[in-house]
Design a binder for this molecule. Structure first.
Ligand code: NA7
Length: 538
């Protein structure tokens, strides 16, 4: 690593986090660059090109809030914008602020080693290059390592097969083809609804159904956009006040104080309201009171029954093993109606499991399905996956992967003890995974930037979270999760993915903070105002 280039600060990842982080650092005149593994910027929105991929945060709450000029110039065309437009937006931001020149693409970091003597990080790249940096900030994303199923014969299949995260850049022919989709999470639900009327036959391989409710998307006219621009301050202030960081205000009435027919009328309204209102504006009891959740789940089950013509298929699409909103809620457009088409077939893997992939398709215990294309919408090695892929060695050669083997431990989701001078934006145990992503990212970047200004201003060369502060935060994270019905759910919110070794059955992880955006932000602001009592400086 003798030829390594040095920068004061290296940011990992040129996604939503890295783009804003580098903007803040160069504005301060600091010597910083971004290393990005892919050949271009955009992160999530660069990679996920599958049909149907779009926001389910309101577009105008997903965009950055830091520049009035940017807010004035960008016109969101849909309430929930689709991937090509989202990627255009991120490129627009990077070009507008001339950020590309601070980014190095095709620069996948494979190794990081803390050098206590020199108080710097050594970074080794897959392409053989190397960097050193006083400080490293990760913007690695929480859903950036796809989890491919471990079925026998996967490589024998002679048609096209890929995970949705690796959907090719060149157009993928769908017309006239027999397509299999494995997985019915947020991604699978988007793909299935989008391609059902394009493909010749669609086979959905469902292991467990998910609860899903309408996205209620619509276009945004120039006049509406003008109205949104005029209200941006109010919109972002509202997001900052709400638990999930969305524009939807919380329901103030108590579940049990409201008569059943009024509860149903409220849910009828929410079912037709765009976005996550059905969670964010619901009675809070549905998240922690089993009986309230049961009633809500039955309401959504009936909605599914109304929309799916075949009662047997409808029952297969209704989750029986978990209640509504106890896993990440996928939002859909005509998803349930897809099953009313003659060319769409639901294969219930709980009855007839996949045995293996074959040369020509998929074999379940019920027989062979010949396919031209297999789409794996099988989720991610969520939250910690991207950190685990880098061999990160901190003090005394401590391996981060080893420290986090049974789940992450962090101080406020921003740093982790044993790993000095390392900061995380949208890190494990922050609110990034549990609330409106970009809102949490912006405040994370702002915190990290203020913190670094403090460190540099005070001429400190080393900082590290205190073990007792990390322990205290971990206890808060555990307590917040354990209050919720989702505490043991088998979804990525609790770090579950059976395709990833050690992340399957019985492994409950505490990967996100569930106490809500306002409480989290108050907490990290207080820490800054108090002069960072949970951090040791040298
Ligand atoms: P998710 O939500 O983790 O969903 C993955 C889906 O794939 C889920 O239905 C899984 O079933 C299914 N799955 C996973 N592995 C297999 C195997 N081996 N066989 C059959 N089915 C399998 O990932 P998504 O990509 O949909 O969504 C991730 C986030 O992206 C989402 O929350 C948004 O923020 C955007 P299971 O439920 O485990 O039985």
């Amino acid at each position: 690593m003798s030829a390594a280039k040095h920068h004061e600060i290296v940011v990992l990842g040129a996604g939503v986090s890295g783009i804003y982080q580098i903007k803040r650092l160069v504005d301060l005149g600091l010597d910083a660059i971004v290393l990005e593994a892919d050949e271009d910027l955009g992160g999530t929105w660069y990679r996920n090109r599958y049909p149907g991929c779009r926001f389910d945060s309101e577009s105008y709450t997903y965009g950055y809030s830091f520049s009035k000029e940017l807010l004035d110039e960008w016109h969101w065309k849909e309430r929930f914008s689709a991937q090509p437009e989202n990627l255009r937006y991120l490129n627009f931001v990077a070009d507008k602020f001339d950020l590309r020149r601070h980014m190095r693409f095709d620069s996948r970091v494979e190794r990081m080693r803390w050098d206590e003597d020199r108080r710097i990080w050594h970074l080794g790249l897959a392409n053989g290059g190397g960097y050193t940096a006083r400080f490293v900030i990760t913007g690695l994303g929480v859903l950036s390592i796809p989890a491919v199923p471990r079925y026998e014969g996967l490589s024998e299949f002679e048609g096209d097969a890929f995970h949705t995260y690796h959907w090719p850049k060149q157009p993928v022919p769908l017309a006239g083809r027999r397509v299999g989709v494995i997985g019915t999470g947020a991604t699978g639900i988007q793909v299935i609804a989008e391609i059902a009327d394009e493909v010749e036959e669609l086979f959905v391989f469902q292991r467990r159904p998910n609860w899903s409710t309408p996205l209620n998307n619509s276009t945004i006219s120039a006049e509406e956009m003008a109205g949104i621009r005029a209200r941006y301050d109010e919109i972002f202030a509202k997001c900052a006040r709400t638990h999930g960081g969305f524009v939807h205000l919380a329901e103030q009435r108590r579940f049990w104080d409201v008569p059943p027919e009024e509860r149903k009328a409220h849910w009828d309204r929410l079912y037709d309201t765009p976005g996550f209102a059905i969670m964010a504006s619901n009675f809070p009891e549905i998240f922690y009171d089993r009986e309230a959740n049961r009633e809500m789940s039955e309401y959504i089950a009936n909605r599914i029954r109304e929309r799916v013509n075949d009662p047997v298929t409808a029952e297969k699409l209704i989750p029986k093993d978990h209640g509504f909103a106890t896993q990440r809620l996928p939002l859909e457009t005509n998803y349930y109606e897809a099953y009313n088409r003659d060319n769409v077939h639901l294969i219930d893997l709980s009855e007839t499991p996949i045995e293996r992939f074959t040369r020509t398709g998929i074999r379940t215990s019920a027989g062979d399905f010949d396919l031209d294309l297999i789409v794996m919408a099988t989720g991610f090695d969520a939250v910690t996956g991207a950190w685990d892929r880098i061999d990160i060695r901190g003090c005394h050669d401590l391996e981060l992967r080893e420290k986090w083997r049974d789940g992450p431990n962090t101080y406020l989701g921003l740093m982790t003890c044993g790993f000095p001078n390392l900061l995380m934006v949208a890190g494990p145990q922050s609110v990034s995974g549990s609330t409106n992503f970009p809102r949490a990212i912006e405040s994370g970047v702002d915190w990290v930037t203020t913190f670094l200004e403090h460190v540099i201003g005070e001429r400190r060369t080393r900082f590290e979270a205190k073990p007792e502060a990390e322990k205290e935060w971990n206890d808060e994270v555990v307590e917040a999760q354990n209050r919720m019905l989702m505490r043991r759910s088998r979804g990525w919110f609790t770090g579950y993915n059976a395709n990833v070794e050690g992340h399957g059955e019985g492994a409950v992880r505490y990967v996100a903070y569930w106490g809500g955006a306002p409480r989290y932000h108050q907490r990290i602001d207080r820490v800054s105002k108090q002069g960072y009592p949970g951090v040791d400086f040298a």
